[in-house]
Write a protein that binds this ligand. Structure first.
Ligand code: SF4
Length: 340
C-alpha cells in the first residue's frame, strides 16, 4: 500500500488491525515521511524495540509519489510534470509568493468538462487521480524541488468535484498536523460549477476550506458557450447552491473570471456580473485569457481590463487583477496539458 494514501488516523487503524500496534508508531512514521521525505523505518528510534515489525512494514508499505520527469521555469515559477505508475503524465505549478509558496495541483488526468478556454478540457478525461497521486504532487514539490508549500489550490488539471472523495481525502492529509500541516484556510478547491459537489462540500462543513468558482460569464448563453457544464448547472442553480453554502461571517467565495476580448469584457458584462454576485460574499479574480489551441479569441488590453475592474469596484465588488504568470512555459490558467 502507498503510505501517501493515509491520514494519521487511517494509518493508526492499519497498524492496529494488521500488527496490533497503534498511534505511537504511526505518528513516528507519519512525521518521518512528511517532515523529511525519508521512508526509512528501521532507523527510527520509536521502532528500535520493534525491528521485526519495522521489517514487516517495509514489505507492506511503499512510498510512491510519482516521478518528476520534467520541470519548466519562468523566473521563479516552476511547472513540473509527474509520470504516474501507468505512464500517464500530470502537471502541477509552483507559484512563489512572498514567504508563501502556492502549489497548483491536479485532481484528474485530463478533464471531461470541456471548457473552451482550457487546454486540459480539449484532451478529455483520462482518469481520476488517486489520493496518493494528488498528495504525491505536494510531496514532490517539497522533497524533489525542495520548496516549502504553504498554500494549495486545486486549479490544475481536472474538475475536483468530479473526483470528490479522493480530493477531500487528500485535503485531510494535507491538513494533518504531523504531516504537511497546511491549514484548511490555505487550501482552495476550485470548481467549474458542479452544484452537487458544492452541496456535498457544504454538508462536510470543513471550516476554513476555501471554495473557488470559475465563473467567466454572468448570463447563461455566454457561459454555456464557454463552459458546457452550464447546460446542466445553470447560473441560477449555482447561485442557489452558493447561497446555501455554510460560510462563516468572515469567509468569502473566490470567483475567477477569465476576460476574453469581445466576448465577456464589455461594460454591460461587468454590470451583469456585479448583479449576479450580489449579495454573495465574493472576492473576484480577473484573469486575462491565455492562448490555448483551437480557441480563436484574444485577451483584452490592460486598459480594457482596468476599465472592467473599475466598473465592478464601483459596484462594491472586491476585485483583484491577476496578470498572467507562466505563459511562456504553458503554465498559465487554462494552459495545462500542452506539455503532457
Ligand atoms: S477549466 Fe478546469 S473544469 Fe474546465 S476543462 Fe479546464 S480543467 Fe476542466
Amino acid at each position: 500500500m502507498n503510505i501517501l494514501e493515509f491520514t494519521l488516523k487511517e494509518l493508526t487503524g492499519f497498524f492496529r488491525t494488521n500488527f496490533g500496534k497503534g498511534l505511537f508508531h504511526a505518528s513516528a512514521l507519519y512525521r518521518q515521511i512528511y517532515k523529511t521525505g525519508n521512508p526509512e523505518i528501521l532507523s527510527l528510534p520509536e521502532f528500535a524495540a520493534s525491528q521485526a515489525f519495522a521489517k514487516k512494514l517495509e514489505n507492506r508499505l511503499i512510498l510512491a509519489p510519482g516521478q518528476v520527469t520534467d520541470t519548466f521555469r519562468e523566473k521563479d515559477l516552476v511547472k513540473f510534470i509527474t509520470r504516474l505508475s501507468d505512464g500517464l503524465k500530470i502537471e502541477s505549478v509552483l507559484i512563489p509568493m512572498t514567504g508563501r509558496n502556492t502549489l497548483c495541483v491536479s485532481s484528474q488526468a485530463g478533464c471531461r468538462m470541456g471548457c473552451r478556454f482550457c487546454e486540459t478540457g480539449r484532451a478529455g478525461l483520462k482518469r481520476n487521480l488517486s489520493i496518493s497521486e494528488i498528495i504525491g504532487q505536494v510531496f514532490n514539490a517539497r522533497f524533489v524541488l525542495g520548496e516549502n508549500i504553504k498554500n494549495i489550490v486545486f486549479m490544475g488539471m481536472g474538475e475536483p468535484f468530479d473526483n470528490f472523495d479522493n480530493v477531500i481525502s487528500a485535503v485531510r492529509i494535507m491538513n494533518e498536523q504531523k504531516g504537511f500541516d497546511i491549514a484548511l484556510r490555505h487550501i482552495t478547491v476550485s470548481t467549474s460549477g458542479l452544484v452537487g459537489g458544492i452541496e456535498a462540500l457544504g454538508r462536510l462543513n470543513m471550516k476554513g476550506l476555501r471554495l473557488a468558482v470559475s465563473i467567466n460569464a454572468a448570463e447563461d448563453k455566454t457561459r454555456s458557450f464557454l463552459m458546457p457544464v452550464n447546460h446542466a448547472h445553470s447560473l441560477q442553480a449555482l447561485k442557489t447552491a452558493l447561497k446555501n453554502f455554510p460560510l462563516t461571517r468572515r469567509e468569502c467565495f473566490l470567483f475567477e473570471y477569465i476576460l476574453i476580448k469581445g466576448l465577456n469584457d464589455s461594460a454591460s458584462d461587468a454590470i451583469k456580473l456585479a448583479e449576479y454576485i450580489h449579495p454573495l460574499p465574493v472576492r473576484l479574480n480577473l484573469i486575462p485569457l491565455n492562448p490555448v489551441t483551437g480557441f480563436n479569441y484574444e485577451s483584452p488590453c490592460d486598459d480594457d481590463m482596468q476599465r472592467f475592474a473599475e466598473i465592478l469596484a464601483g459596484q462594491g465588488i472586491f476585485v483583484i487583477k491577476r496578470w498572467s504568470k507562466g505563459r511562456s512555459v504553458a503554465a498559465g490558467c487554462g494552459q495545462l496539458g500542452l506539455a503532457s
